[in-house]
Structures are given as C-alpha cells and as structure tokens.
Design a protein. Structure first.
Length: 456
C-alpha cells in the first residue's frame, strides 16, 4: 500500500512538472509576441521606429519631427545624426560629453556593450534617404544579453533542464510522499490489527493525521473495553449456567426420589406420607416452572419479542395487595414492611402481569438478601405527572461491583449463596420497567442499605 501511494504521488509530481514546463513555454512565447508587437519602449524597437520621425529637405537639411522630440524627452533619450564619415552633424537632447565622431567599430561595441558610464543603450538606424543616426536610451529596468547557441545546443539545454526538473520534483515528491504515505500505512496497519483482535494500540496524536490517530486510539480503547466486558459476561454466563443447572438438578432429584418412593410397591406408605411427598413434588415442580418461565421471559425481553397488553391499573391498590400477598407467605409473615401512599388512586396503563413480576422481583430481592430484622419501606407518589415508586431498606447494602452489575444478566452477588434462583430477577424488572418507558435507579452503600427509585 505504501509503495502504491508513493508511486502515484511521484507520477503526480512528474505530470505537474510537464504541465509546469509547458505552461512556462507558452507564457514565454506569449510574452515575446507581446513585446515584439506592442512594446515600442524597448530601445531597439524605439530606434527602429524612429526612422519615421526623421526627414531631409531638398537642400540636405535633416529635420527631427516634434513628435519624435517629444518621444525622446518622454523616454529621457537623445539622438545624433551622422554623416557618411561618422561625424555628428546635429543632435537633440544629447549630454555635453557625447561623442562627436563614431568609427564603425565604436558603433558596434556601443550597441553590444553600451557606453557612457554604461547608463544607456545605443542603437543605430538608417533612413530611406541613407541618413544614419544614433539613439541612446536610459537603461532603466532593461538589460541586454548576448547568447551564442546553435539549435542543437538549445535543444540539449532544454532537455537537460527538463530531466533535472523531473529529478528534482520527483525527489521532492518521494520525500513528501513518504511523509504522507507512512502515516496512512500506519493507520491501515492499525485498522488491520483491530480487525485481528489486537487492541494494544496507542499512537502519538500529532501531525497531519492527529484526529485520525486520536480516533483510532479511542476506537481501540472502546473495543478493548467491549472485549473485556464480553469476556466478563462470558464468565458470568458460564457460572450462571452452572448455577442454573445445579438449581434445576436439586428439585429434579427431589422429584425423582419421591416419585420413585410413591411408585415403588415395596413401600407401605400411609396417606399422610403420600400427601406429604406429593406436596413436596408439587412445590418443587412449581419452583422449576417459575424458573423456566423467568428464562422464557428473559429471552423475549432480550429480543424485544414481548407484546404489552396494557390496561389501566390503580398502582396504589395494586402494590398494596402485592405486599399483603407477600406478607401472607409463611416465609415473610414476620418481616417489617411499611407501605405509604399520598394518593389512593394513582392509575397507570401497563401490562399487569409483567408489572407485577417486576415489582415483586424488587421486593423479594430486598427481603431475601437481607436479614430478617431489616426494615423495608415502600412508597408511591406523584410528581410532575410522573408516578414515583420508592423501595428502601436499611439492610446489608451492596458493594460498588455488585451495584454496577446489579441489572446484568447472569450476575449473582456475593450475598446470594443461600438463595436459589435464575439470577435474572433484577434484569427482568429493569427491562419490564423500561418497556413501559419508565426509569429505574438504585442507590446503595455497603452496610447502610439500598434504595430503588422507579419513575413511570
């Protein structure tokens, strides 16, 4: 990839050189044509055209036109008229130290190399009447150079200049392309490493590609975090499956054992024993049925496959009856639970069975994972058209790790060793509440208790 980018950049530079030289040639040609056709201020062109400003009379007198004199004054130039022997017969605007006689060689040398302190260009002209004249023009910004080259030498010179330009620009292109291609190749290499699962990337965030490297570092960090979370979830899931297998295997073993006793004719069981064993089998079956139902519900919630058959429910009465049912259970009849409501008629449209499961999960979670003397306060109120449900206890509380993972599937806290269950109760509660466009927040401190806030 780096080689391809470098080659393309060098090719671009080479084409640029060709275009540059071609453009320069066209510009020079245009300028030359413009100078030849339009710029009469060039000393040689001025002298050549000045022939129209010189006339001779019948008696041999030479006259310089007023337009010619004005042009000389405008250009700060001067003129001398020569006879056939090179002597100056008359002049206009000439300096005091101007020559009075010019030999042919002097005229040639003055034309080629200037004269008079090298401040003037000298050009020689001749009228149709064979009147010779010398025009001197200030140099100003003009310079006169003499090049003696044949056609072949000019072609060689241009060819060498072209090759040199291509080499120089190609070398510069190579250097710059390396500086451009190297970071690009580094970015491509980084992307390939990320796609291969290597997230140990930390590029220096500077230069032209500063933002690209910053984004790449951020992406690597995000992917690394996601990978860590995925591995963590994988381990939790494996542990959860192991726990679920154990939790299902235990009641299954009980059901199997008592079923074998009931079906074995060698056992002489009394009616009381038969009733007792049957009730145990029924209890374990219901436990397994509830666990399987939680698994099924969790799967539906996870894939948004649940349909909410909503109805108007008086949540005040609904939660109060739920608490009474829980306290009527022999396992929780002696628990300290207080319920408070500011309004006896707080109505909310919801899927009644799912909402019951969600709130029951939260209440049971507070009762099961705390000591028997823990005080549980449940309240419901209304604020700004929202229904607020608050479940607060002064029990064991949770660590930061438990709090962070509370609603994660497959997670079981450190104080759940004595409790059997799917471990999906809190996750299901959260997803049911969010399916009803509600919000749930948990505040907990180890040794201080836990507070669950629900807003519907």
């Amino acid at each position: 990839m780096r080689t391809k980018l470098t080659f393309r950049y060098i090719l671009m530079i080479a084409v640029s050189v060709i275009i540059l030289l071609g453009s320069a040639f066209m510009i020079l040609t245009y300028v030359e044509n413009e100078v030849d056709n339009n710029d009469t201020a060039i000393p040689a062109v001025f002298t050549y055209n000045f022939v129209d400003e010189i006339e001779s009379t019948d008696n041999g007198e030479v006259i310089i036109s007023e337009d010619g004199k004005a042009a000389l004054l405008e250009e700060n130039g001067w003129i001398q008229i020569l006879n056939t022997e090179g002597y100056v017969t008359q002049g206009f605007n000439e300096p005091d130290n101007a020559a009075k006689h010019y030999a042919p060689t002097e005229l040639i040398l003055n034309y080629l190399f200037s004269g008079y302190e090298e401040n003037y260009f000298f050009d020689v002209g001749k009228t149709v009447d064979n009147i010779e004249y010398v025009v001197a023009m200030p140099k100003g910004n003009w310079n006169r150079y003499i090049f003696e080259m044949d056609q072949e030498m000019i072609q060689k010179f241009l060819f060498i200049m072209f090759i040199l330009a291509v080499i120089v620009f190609s070398l510069m292109g190579f250097i710059f392309s390396q500086r451009i291609a190297s970071p690009v190749a580094e970015v491509i290499g980084g992307v390939e490493r990320l796609s291969a699962g290597d997230y140990k990337i930390n590029y220096k965030e500077n230069g032209l590609y500063k933002k690209v490297f910053a984004s790449l570092n951020h992406l690597a960090a995000r992917l690394k975090t996601s990978e860590t979370e995925r591995e963590k979830t994988k381990k939790q899931r494996e542990k959860w499956i192991s726990n679920i297998s154990h939790d299902l295997k235990t009641p299954l073993s009980t059901i199997k054992g008592y079923s074998e006793i009931l079906s074995d004719t060698e056992y002489d069981l009394s009616p009381e024993e038969i009733k007792k064993y049957s009730e145990i089998i029924l209890t374990k079956s219901v436990y397994m049925e509830d666990m399987i139902e939680e698994l099924r519900l969790n799967e539906k919630l996870m894939h948004n496959g649940i349909h909410l058959d909503k109805e108007a429910v008086n949540l005040t009465v609904f939660i109060k009856e739920m608490i009474i049912d829980i306290l009527n259970h022999p396992s929780y009849s002696d628990r300290n639970v207080d319920f408070h409501s500011d309004d006896k008629n707080l109505t909310f449209n919801c899927e009644k069975d799912l909402m019951r499961r969600a709130i029951e999960n939260l209440i049971y979670n507070a009762l099961i994972h705390n000591d028997s003397d823990t005080k549980l306060e449940i309240s419901i109120s209304e604020a700004n058209r929202d229904i607020l449900i608050d479940i607060k206890d002064d029990g064991r509380g949770m660590s930061d790790e438990e709090l962070d993972n509370l609603f994660n599937r497959f997670y079981r806290g450190t104080n759940t060793k004595d409790y059997k269950g799917s471990g999906l109760g809190m996750s299901i509660a959260k997803e049911v509440i969010e399916a009803h466009c509600g919000e749930i927040e948990v505040i907990s401190k180890l040794g201080k208790g836990t507070q669950i806030k629900i807003k519907l």
